[in-house]
Design a protein around this ligand. Sequence first.
Ligand code: ADP
Ligand code: MG
Length: 384
Amino acid sequence: MSIKKIYPKATIGIFGGGQLGRMLAQAAKKIGYNIITLDPIPNSPCAQIADEQIVAAFDDYGAAERLAEQSDVLTYEFENVNADIIEHLEKKGNTVFPSSTVLRITQNRIKEKEFLKKIGISVTDFRAIVRRSHLEEAKEELGLPAMLKTATGGYDGKGQILLNTEEDILDVPQDLFLKELIWERYVPFIKEISVICARGASNELITFPVSENVHRDNILYTSTVPARIPAEVEKKATDIARRISERLEVIGVIGVEMFLCEDGIILVNEIAPRVHNSGHYTIEACYTSQFEQHIRAICGLPLGRTELLSPVAMINILGEGKGQGGDFLVGVEKVLSIPGISLHLYGKERARAGRKMGHLTVLADSVLEAVSRAKKAIEMLSWE
Ligand SMILES: Nc1ncnc2c1ncn2[C@@H]1O[C@H](COP(=O)(O)OP(=O)(O)O)[C@@H](O)[C@H]1O
Ligand SMILES: [Mg+2]
């Protein structure tokens, strides 16, 4: 596929104004592009960096068309954008990367797993669940424990229930069935890892070093690189990400989340058709960040190097949402006195509990040192 080359200061349109859009905009602005974002919330994290924001709902066709008219290429920073709108824009001749085909597969957990199986990549056993009786059937066939998830629309563990017992099955709230669900066999993984991969013009394909990820309450807590895994697992994980990117024919960055199980077995958990939280470390620890790679890829430009420059740990700064106010971050000065630390705040107004407000990256001589400093730093921060 030949893709149109887009040079600065052309305009890149981004659906979604969250932190991923913000960091994409920062990378794009560095190279001199113009940025327009579309998001329903005024002064979104991305808008604070972008040249312009269209304030509109994600299902507003008129607003999407306006974004497209002003942009030379379009992209999105989250997978819950309206795929019908993206396809509509493509049919009108606009360029959107990744394509609506990629989006449709990756925004539905069932389609995604079926695609992975089709290309020979292992996933946990699963069943589509449409009505309550299907829960009993899935339990008979796959057993407990299981994760019950909405097939679409979930993020940061939202729309997920861990089922351990028969009781838990009975307790599944009825309104969950308003959406299509997926039953996944619970994976007793040893580690969670991920690979960020970028595919550009002429099949150019790069991967970043594997990240080792720890989640808390289903939200990413830390990413550390290099991952403490054998070389052959690193290679296998990288090959999986490359195969997915090629077979999806993605233009741009994807994040592939994986479970590493006993005997070096890797199961793919999910694919994000966008830059990924576990790739934030690339801003400081790699030659070219995941954000810049995405911008280069969708603009048809050569991709950059991905080698790791230093052991690194990334830790998310989450909102606590407690007490009155609670939106002002205290402890910044102490944190910045830690050697090798980098603070990122996304400019969100309200620090709601569990909300991703920013992140810290620590470069150090070893992964252990980096992660220990990152954890010490996060303890110094609080919302007041
Ligand atoms: N089938 C599963 N078995 C074990 N743990 C799981 C399973 N599915 C999800 N999890 C845990 O929950 C986290 C979030 O789930 P995920 O499917 O990645 O949803 P999200 O889109 O919210 O990131 C995972 O990173 C993992 O820690
Ligand atoms: Mg996930």
